[in-house]
Design a protein around this ligand. Structure first.
Ligand code: G4F
Length: 330
């Protein structure tokens, strides 16, 4: 019988790649969606339009993440072998303006799901998508699974809470719960307010004459950027192990916003210096310490190795935005 997986956040970047990956592995996939969220225009629209897949191998369930009774009902009905909890309010900048909602969705929903796990059949496996933002101003660099958390924004606090709660439930109830501590991961499906996509889209728009310039925050900011397709494969690998655990998913390489600008504008034969300016409103508080991951454990235990390079990923994003905007222009 096909394995059954349930994904929270299935319409997002990671959820959609994960759904595609699991379907390829022969799973029956279930996704939680909010009633107000129609699937049109989301990253699973294609899957939902495919009569061979939708309601045959992919099923959607409506549940509000803040409503424990609805979550409990769906989880009990689905009877998943594996639960992938990806849903979150994931924008760091916005988390300052939406601190309560961020904690409610990102921290408390994780706790709600973990509590429900106590009443599900023994053996249900659970993956929690944690974040490098839990390390905040890291006390060591690179960070590994043993580095203490030191969050510096509401989103990072919420992720630190959820990650620790997942550990508490794993240790106390001996559940198969794994945290993936995910560094930045991007793709053409990334939201437009994250810096990689903001740049890829702007470069394409400028090339097509649809925009004149790009205003961003710090061009010296650095991150460890990987590809979402690689990371979702890692999530699945984490749940295929006989023992649960925590894993850093990262490339182990730092790049700057300037590097993204260079590659993105070069891809289209442009010089970024001719179009890009900086504005305080996109600046974050000074980032002390480097968010750089050490993925050695994922390499060794999971045999997980990223297939995408940073350069190829940024080029892919630019070409995708260029194609989409060209089609819209015609
Ligand atoms: O693309 P970002 O907004 O991503 P950020 O804040 O690192 O968070 C992402 O990755 C985390 C780690 O995995 C996740 F937990 C989180 O959910 C999210 O997916 O910003 C990246 C860097 C920052 O240093 C930011 O200050 O780019 C810098 N930046 C410079 N100019 C900008 C801009 N970021 C944005 N969003 N917009 C700018 O104009």
């Amino acid at each position: 019988m096909a394995k059954r997986a349930l994904i929270t956040g299935i319409t997002g970047q990671d959820g959609s790649y994960l759904a595609e990956w699991l379907l390829k592995q022969g799973y029956e996939v279930h996704g939680l969606v909010r009633r107000i969220n129609a699937t049109g225009g989301t990253h699973i629209e294609g899957l939902c339009k495919d009569p061979e897949i939708f309601n045959r191998r992919l099923f959607l369930h409506f549940a509000e993440l803040r409503e424990a009774s609805a979550l409990r009902r769906v989880l009990a009905d689905v009877g998943a072998d594996e639960i992938y909890h990806l849903a979150a309010q994931s924008h760091v900048g916005l988390s300052f303006d939406m601190a309560e909602i961020t904690c409610e969705i990102t921290a408390m929903t994780t706790l709600r799901l973990l509590s429900i796990l106590r009443d599900l059949p023994v053996g249900t496996r659970f993956f929690h998508a944690s974040s490098s933002e839990a390390f905040g101003r890291p006390i060591a660099s690179p960070q590994d699974e043993t580095t203490p958390f030191n969050p510096v924004n509401p989103y990072g606090c919420a992720k630190a809470y959820a990650t620790n709660m997942a550990r508490v439930y794993r240790e106390n109830y001996h559940f198969h719960i794994s945290n993936g501590i995910l560094y930045n991961h991007e793709s053409p499906r990334r939201g437009e307010n994250f810096v990689t996509r903001k740049i890829s889209r702007a470069a394409a728009a400028i090339k097509l004459g649809l925009a004149k310039d790009l205003v961003i925050g710090s061009i010296d900011a650095q991150r460890d950027w990987g590809h979402a397709e690689d990371f979702t494969r890692g999530m699945w690998l984490a749940l295929q192990q006989s023992e649960p655990g925590d894993y850093i998913f990262a490339t182990g390489k730092l790049h700057s916003v300037r590097d993204i600008l260079e590659i993105a504008f070069n891809t289209l034969g442009l010089k970024w210096q001719d179009f890009v300016t900086q504005d305080e409103k996109f600046m974050r508080p000074p980032e002390l310490g480097q968010l750089l991951g050490n993925p050695a454990k994922a390499h060794q235990v999971l045999n997980w190795h990223p297939e995408w390079t940073f350069e190829r990923m940024i080029e892919q994003m630019v070409r995708s935005d260029f194609n989409t905007l060209s089609a819209q222009k015609r």
